[in-house]
Design a protein around this ligand. Structure first.
Ligand code: SRM
Ligand code: SF4
Length: 567
């Protein structure tokens, strides 16, 4: 079903590619065996995304290769599907091995709690996917116009209810998986399906655009629930999981200079009991499938469907499809987006260790052998690993007997002080950007250390080393490190040129606002130094930096709308 206005506009090119793909097969298999190039066709490049794979090239090498008349340094990025970010030690060891053997040596933890490999040559993809499959890992629907990796709070041991929330997140992830057998045929060499295959929930052209779901358990909003297309906020009453407030229409990506694109925080539709999660999720997904804009990919996310048609219309449509009436949303209160660091005791007497990993990049450097240390931990660990939405790692389910062994490994490798850093650093996020991301306009991950050092000096002088301030940087306005929810957000425009945003709340309930459209890092530090100093002197009791900027520094006319604190 399409809206009238869409009927007159042509479908976007991706819609044709999907429709012609025979449920995500296209010519991927043929492109893979073409050894004349490291590349694949443009159409396959769109379709492999649904299988968790992106064609990229090393942008650091582009100019030199062009001058030499050579093909770009093509290689794939693979993103695993890992609901709630949970991986077993056995899975960890396989991922660790594959990074280096068949992909670039580093492993990258993402802002949606999963792993990415970079630098996989075309000829290695199948072998890598098969090795992942042996330990029950896949990359189905990790990218593409489908329900992506489902987020959930990463520290279940803190409360038995977190485990329930995680279980539901996982169940929804499975439920919303595409049903096509294409992934198994192409990458695992399983038998071809003879015909009659259908996608009951998605239909043959899947969704108009990517779709993201997250589950949150207040008071922590670690998953940034208001940035998700679909969110479930767990409501706890009398120590039981009473159900969820359902949120819809969050999304952060925008394009510089295109006012029709904007970050948007989700609306709360109402409350449902826990048994209704999949039914409501399916109704939301199918409403977006049928009403999302398939003519313009820049306007195709659920946030625009809701913005254009109104949240009341959307709610009524979801209720009709689900056969469920939402109850009034129940009260909830978020206090923080921060990960716990260091050892934390759990309700069951076990422990977990929150380990800070800057930008989620796990590698070995001289004097900083993080990859080796985590491999050694995986070799003795009997619990699991949990990837956090802030690109950190939780080593969880640690028995009291194992705790000193893990400490010993970290100490032996000189990594026991990783959490002893400024809270600015502990909370900072950056997207990947250069050299792999084809959309990067500026550096992000590679410039974050320099940014942090400069701001740490200012914070130290202002006596704010231990103040939690969120700084997030991205190489372009797509917002992969959720910069519009940062108290200090840097969004790349061009080499060493960033739009600077200030004033988001520390609990993820208010977007920041544009402070200056274009600055370089040094000028930004100069600009923010007096503001940081004033904040240290003038802030109200318990007032966060974002709240202070919102109250005192920023003009009252909001560039992005704000929704205030939800209670
Ligand atoms: Fe993202 C595209 C990396 C989370 C919004 N994102 C990309 C691509 C695949 C570039 C591309 O399309 O060619 C990046 C690959 C870079 C590389 O070399 O690895 C990329 N996004 C990432 C990751 C790895 C950032 C990170 O450093 O952790 C995150 C992977 C998440 C995951 O595991 O699934 C990542 N991306 C996000 C988020 C945050 C979130 O989901 O919580 C957002 C903002 C929320 C949202 O979706 O609104 C985000 N990525 C985008 C967009 C803009 C989408 C939009 O509709 O506005 C793009 C571009 C696009 O889709 O056209 C994009
Ligand atoms: Fe690439 Fe932009 Fe996402 Fe950064 S924000 S990873 S530069 S798409």
């Amino acid at each position: 079903m399409s809206s009238n206005s869409e009927a007159v506009k042509p479908l976007s090119a991706n819609e044709i590619i999907k429709a012609d793909s025979h449920l995500l097969r296209g010519s991927i298999a043929a492109d893979l065996i073409d050894s004349s190039t490291g590349n694949i066709s443009d159409n396959s490049n769109q379709l492999t995304k649904f299988h968790g794979l992106y064609m990229q090239d090393d942008r650091d090498l582009r100019n030199a290769l062009k001058k030499a008349g050579k093909e770009k340094a093509f290689a794939f990025m693979l993103r695993a599907r890992l609901p709630g970010g949970v991986a077993t030690p056995q899975q960890w060891l396989v991922l660790d091995q594959l990074a280096g053997e068949m992909a670039s040596p580093s492993l990258r933890l993402t802002t949606r709690q999963t792993f990415q490999f970079h630098g996989i040559l075309k000829g290695n993809i199948k072998a890598l996917v098969k090795r992942m499959h042996k330990v029950l890992l896949d990359s189905i629907a990790a990218c593409g116009d489908v329900n992506r990796n489902v987020m959930a709070p990463p520290n279940p041991e803190r409360s038995p209810l977190l485990q329930q929330v995680y279980d539901q997140a996982r169940a929804w992830s499975e439920y919303a998986l595409p049903k096509t057998h294409a992934y198994h045929e192409i990458w695992l060499d399983e038998e071809l399906v003879a015909g009659g295959e259908v996608e009951p929930m998605y239909g043959p052209t899947y969704l108009p655009r990517k779709f993201k779901t997250g589950f949150a358990l207040p008071p922590s909003n670690d998953i940034d629930v208001f940035s998700q297309d679909l969110g479930f906020i767990a409501i706890v009453e009398n120590d039981q999981l009473a159900g969820y407030n359902v949120t819809v229409g969050g999304g952060l990506g925008m394009s510089h200079g295109n006012a029709e694109t904007f970050p948007r925080l989700a609306d709360v539709l109402g409350f449902i009991s826990p048994d209704k999660v999949n039914t409501i999720g399916q109704a939301v997904l199918m409403t977006q499938r049928d009403y999302g804009d398939r003519t313009n990919r820049k306007h195709a996310r659920l946030k625009y469907t809701i913005e254009d048609r109104g949240v009341e219309w959307f709610k009524a449509e979801v209720e009709k499809r689900a056969g469920i009436t939402f109850e009034a949303a129940r009260p909830f209160h978020f206090t923080t987006i921060e990960d716990p660091h260091g050892w934390q005791e759990c309700a069951d007497g076990n422990w977990f260790y929150g380990l800070h990993i800057l930008s989620g990049r796990i590698k070995d450097l001289p004097g900083w052998p993080m990859k080796t240390a985590l491999r050694e931990i995986a070799q003795i660990h009997t619990g699991d690993f949990r990837l956090t939405p802030s690109q950190n790692l939780t080593i969880s389910g640690v028995t009291p007997a194992q705790k000193p062994l893990i400490d010993e490994i970290l100490t032996r490798h000189g990594l026991s002080g990783e959490n002893n850093q400024s809270r600015l650093r502990l909370n900072a996020l950056s997207c990947v950007a250069l050299p792999t991301c084809g959309l990067a306009l500026a550096e992000s991950e590679r410039v974050l250390p320099e940014m942090l050092e400069k701001f740490e000096t200012v914070l130290e002088e202002a006596g704010l080393r231990d103040d939690a301030i969120s700084l997030r940087v991205t190489g372009c306005p797509n917002g992969c490190a959720r910069p519009y929810l940062a108290e200090i957000g840097f969004v790349g425009r061009a080499p060493n040129k960033y739009a600077l945003y200030l004033g988001a709340s520390y609990n993820g309930t208010r977007l920041n606002r544009l402070y200056t459209p274009s600055t370089n890092i040094d000028d930004a530090v100069t600009m923010l130094t007096p503001i940081i100093k004033r904040y240290a002197l003038e802030r109200n009791d318990g007032e966060g930096f974002g709240d202070y900027c919102d109250r005192v520094i920023l003009p009252k006319d909001a560039t992005f709308h704000s929704i205030g604190t939800r209670e």
